[in-house]
Write a protein that binds this ligand. Structure first.
Ligand SMILES: Cc1cc2nc3c(=O)[nH]c(=O)nc-3n(C[C@H](O)[C@H](O)[C@H](O)COP(=O)(O)OP(=O)(O)OC[C@H]3O[C@@H](n4cnc5c(N)ncnc54)[C@H](O)[C@@H]3O)c2cc1C
Length: 456
């Protein structure tokens, strides 16, 4: 393999998974002239209820990839506030005024993941946006991987769910696993076990229409603090669509049993303590939640990114944001290598740095976010949690709060710093990291607060 037409060090990359990470990676590479094949197991793009908000670092990448304008057009126009409320009485414990940054291009993005992926897909298949360099193949389920010194390959099962399947082996210079939490690429490297924890609750996610939110003056995102009734209630779409997510702390029930408990949770979380005939639920999904990370993101010519490499609980919105930062970094590494600005070892740097960032910041802080809403004492946490203390201090100075909301985060990392040859020699690398500021290197409480805030 490693066919070097045009004196490039590689020519073919296979990406497993047409989720947000796979599509964004393909788009960023295509915009720099690097072709990819994206293999998607299903006939469709995943529209389950999952992510809806993506912090400033992800927004910067969306802008760089030329996606942001379409995301903003599809999004609700305003997301004026994020607050933490006690479920027992709806009392606000802390609040961030998001209207301070409503004029900032790179403010948090709010849009359901199903719509994000659809827009990404449209850009990937638009020859003007992707130069015709992305070959997306649906009904191509990766079942295994392999490699030798010259190439890597995937074994693929081809066909719709109800069809007889064909089996093929496709090879490439590199294989990237962007195939999500159940990653077949990861399992082919490490088996079914991966280090970390699964939480002993079920995570219930539903789209809800309920006029009581507006009647009671609720807006934006509302983190609900309670040991039994914790979660996030947020405005999600046009026409009064809200998303209610909560963790049911009782383990081991059937889906039907969890659903039967939903009216009790809603009565205790929603303003006005409504009964089921007062709201309409349109769609729901039920999840187990985990925080896990693989031992390495790279084995020879096979790399992992995003949920295939690491997952975290959804409290705080780190998952997709981190997924985007992984593939933004990986794209820069491939671009630098492709253009002769870096050696192949830059791919090892990607693997080391992004894993360290996950373990040091994302893993730890997403658990803190979960503990804040689910385990703290709702009657004292406003005074005892240092994060709430800092939010209250920042609220005294709107300029300081604004600076804080937009700052560069320690989960961002600019891999173009490892390029060791002058850029512009062939033009392709120019602008590789446009929109990604140098990471701050800020440590300690300041960085911690930045992460909490980006994550809300
Ligand atoms: C309830 C919930 C709420 C969340 N909220 C947020 C939030 O607000 N903000 C945020 O940033 N994150 C959030 N997340 C996390 C976020 O949804 C994930 O981190 C993100 O979807 C990961 O993207 P991915 O591309 O790595 O994987 P996925 O989105 O899982 O995409 C993987 C793709 O690979 C395909 N695939 C799987 N196996 C194979 C195979 N063998 N062969 C080929 N293709 C395959 C799948 O069909 C899918 O299309 C939330 C998650 C949940 C569960």
């Amino acid at each position: 393999m490693t066919s070097n037409t045009n004196n490039r060090p590689f020519s073919k990359i296979i990406i497993a998974g047409a989720g947000p990470s796979g599509l964004l990676l393909a788009l960023l590479l295509a915009q720099h002239g690097i072709p990819t094949i994206v293999l998607e197991a299903w006939s469709w793009l995943d529209t389950r209820l999952r992510a809806v908000q993506y912090g400033v670092p992800a927004t910067r990448l969306f802008r760089r990839a030329g996606l942001l304008e379409d995301f903003r057009d599809a999004s609700i126009p305003k997301f004026p506030t994020i607050c933490w409320r006690r479920s027992a009485d709806g009392e606000k414990l802390a609040e961030i005024d998001m209207s301070l940054v409503e004029g900032e291009e790179d403010r948090m993005t709010v849009l359901a993941l199903g719509e994000i992926i659809q827009i990404m897909y449209k850009h990937c298949i638009d020859p003007k946006k992707s130069r015709g360099l992305i070959d997306i193949r649906f009904n191509h389920r990766v079942t295994g991987t392999g490699q030798d010194p010259d190439k890597a390959w995937v074994d693929v099962e081809i066909g719709k769910e109800d069809e007889e399947k064909k089996h093929e082996r496709l090879d490439a210079d590199y294989v990237i696993g962007c195939d999500g939490a159940g990653s077949a690429v990861r399992k082919s490297l490490f088996g079914h076990e991966w280090p970390g924890q699964t939480f002993g609750c079920r995570f219930m996610v539903q789209n809800v229409y309920y006029d009581g939110f507006e009647k009671h003056g609720w807006e934006g995102g509302n983190y609900m603090v309670d040991n039994d009734h914790w979660g996030l209630i947020a405005r999600r779409g046009h026409g009064g669509l809200w998303r209610v997510t909560y963790g049911d702390p009782v383990p081991g029930l059937t889906d039907e049993e969890y659903l039967a408990r939903r009216p009790w949770h809603f009565k205790n979380m929603l303003p006005g303590n409504p009964d089921p005939d007062q709201y309409r639920i349109e769609h729901n999904n039920i999840y187990n939640i985990h925080n896990r990370c693989v031992d390495t993101f790279k084995v020879g010519r096979i790399l992992l990114a995003a949920d295939a490499a690491h997952i975290c609980n959804p409290m705080g919105g780190y998952g997709c944001m981190t997924a985007c930062l992984d593939v933004g970094g990986l794209a820069d590494c491939f671009i630098g290598y492709y253009d002769g600005l870096a050696g192949e070892e830059i791919l090892d740097t990607y693997a080391t740095v992004r894993r360290e960032i996950f373990l040091k910041y994302v893993d730890a802080r997403s658990v803190k976010n979960l503990d804040r809403v689910a385990k703290s004492d709702p009657w004292t946490v406003a005074d005892t949690d240092p994060f709430f203390g800092i939010v209250k201090e920042l609220n005294k100075d709107p300029e300081e709060m604004k600076r804080f909301l937009m700052k560069v985060s320690s989960i961002e990392h600019d891999f173009t710093r490892y390029y060791d040859k002058p850029s512009g020699t062939n033009g392709a690398a120019k602008g590789a990291a446009e929109g990604i500021p140098r990471d701050s290197g800020v440590e300690g409480i300041e960085a911690e607060v930045a992460l909490h805030t980006e994550a809300v």
